[in-house]
Design a binder for this molecule. Structure first.
Ligand SMILES: [Zn+2]
Length: 288
C-alpha cells in the first residue's frame, strides 16, 4: 500500500515538473523559481497610506524550452540590436508598477544610459536601462526608415524625488486655482492626471514618453507616427502601456498614446497576440 502511494506521489511530481509554471506571488517565496523583493521604505499607495508590505519586483521564470520564437524583418540592419530587443533574460523586465504596486523611495534602476533620441531642445539627456534604451534606439531607426522622421523622447527615467516634487506642485497649483477647495479635493483632482510618487513606471527606467508634438497630448494618436508605433512596437520589445479600452484594468490611467514600456520582444509579442495589458498578462501567466 505504502509503495503504491509513493508511486502515485512520484507520478504526480513528474507531471507537475512537466507543466509550464508561471507564478506571480504576493509573498516573498522563492518557490517555483520565483524571486521577489519587497518595498519596505515608506512606499505610498494612491490614498496616501504607508504600505509596508507591497511586492515591487517579480521575476517570473518561464520555461527556457518555450518553442515560440518571434522573428521579424526590418528595412534597416538592426542585427547589432537583436540582443537588446530579445534579451537573454527573457523574464527580467516584467516589473509591474501601478497604484497598487508602488516602488519604494530608494528604488533606482541599475545601469542606466543616455537615450539617443532625447528631444534636442536643451532638456537634459533622458536615461533608461541599457536594454530598453538600445531597443528603443532600434525602434526609432526603423521608424525613420518607414517615414516617421520626427519622433523624439521627451521623458524617460524619473526619480521618486522628482515625482514627489511634481505631484505636490500640482496640488499647490490646484489649491491656488480653486481657493474654496479642501486639500483632499485638490488631491482628488491631481490624481486624475499625475501619479503619486512611487506609482509611475517611469521610475523603473523601462518606460518613456515619445511623440512629435510640443507636449504630450492625446491628439498624437491621430498621427501616422503614433499608428506606426502602436502597430510595430512589440517587434522591438515595447508595449503601449495605457490603452483606451484598458483604463479599468490599469487603474484609471487615461489613454497615453505617447507612453511606451519595455518588456522584451517575447512577452511584448505575446501580449500583442493576446491583446492584453501588463496587468492582464501577468494574471494570465499566473493562471496558465
Ligand atoms: Zn509616461
Amino acid at each position: 500500500m505504502k509503495r503504491a502511494l509513493l508511486a502515485l506521489l512520484t507520478f504526480c511530481a513528474v507531471l507537475t515538473s512537466c507543466t509550464q509554471t508561471y507564478v506571480v506571488s504576493t509573498d516573498d517565496s522563492t518557490e517555483n523559481g520565483l524571486n521577489t523583493s519587497k518595498a519596505t521604505d515608506g512606499a505610498q499607495s494612491e490614498d496616501g497610506e504607508t504600505n509596508e508590505d507591497t511586492q515591487v519586483q517579480t521575476d517570473i521564470q518561464t520555461e527556457k524550452e518555450e518553442p515560440i520564437v518571434y522573428t521579424y524583418e526590418f528595412k534597416s540592419d538592426l542585427s547589432e540590436y537583436e540582443k537588446y530587443m530579445e534579451p537573454e533574460d527573457r523574464d527580467g523586465y516584467l516589473i509591474l508598477v501601478n497604484k497598487n504596486n508602488p516602488l519604494p523611495e530608494n528604488y533606482v534602476p541599475e545601469g542606466m544610459v543616455d537615450v539617443a533620441d532625447t528631444r534636442d531642445d536643451g532638456r537634459d539627456m533622458q536615461q533608461m536601462c541599457l536594454y530598453a534604451s538600445k531597443a528603443l534606439e532600434a525602434m526609432l531607426i526603423e521608424a525613420r526608415a518607414n517615414g516617421c522622421k520626427k519622433l523624439s523622447v521627451t521623458s524617460a527615467y524619473r526619480s521618486y524625488a522628482y515625482q514627489y516634487k511634481l505631484y505636490n506642485q500640482y496640488i499647490d497649483k490646484e489649491m491656488s486655482r480653486h481657493p474654496s477647495w479642501s486639500k483632499e479635493q485638490a488631491i482628488a483632482e491631481v490624481n486624475t492626471y499625475s501619479a503619486i510618487a512611487g506609482t509611475s513606471e517611469h521610475q523603473t527606467g523601462l518606460a518613456c514618453d515619445m511623440h512629435n508634438l510640443s507636449s504630450a497630448k492625446v491628439e498624437f494618436a491621430d498621427t501616422p507616427e503614433s499608428a506606426w508605433l502602436e502597430d510595430n512596437c512589440y517587434k522591438f520589445g515595447f508595449i503601449l502601456r495605457y490603452e483606451e479600452d484598458k483604463m479599468d484594468i490599469t487603474g484609471g490611467i487615461i489613454y497615453e498614446p505617447w507612453h511606451f514600456r519595455y518588456v522584451g520582444r517575447y512577452h511584448a509579442s505575446r501580449m500583442h497576440e493576446l491583446d492584453m495589458c501588463l496587468e492582464e498578462y501577468l494574471d494570465f501567466l499566473n493562471k496558465n
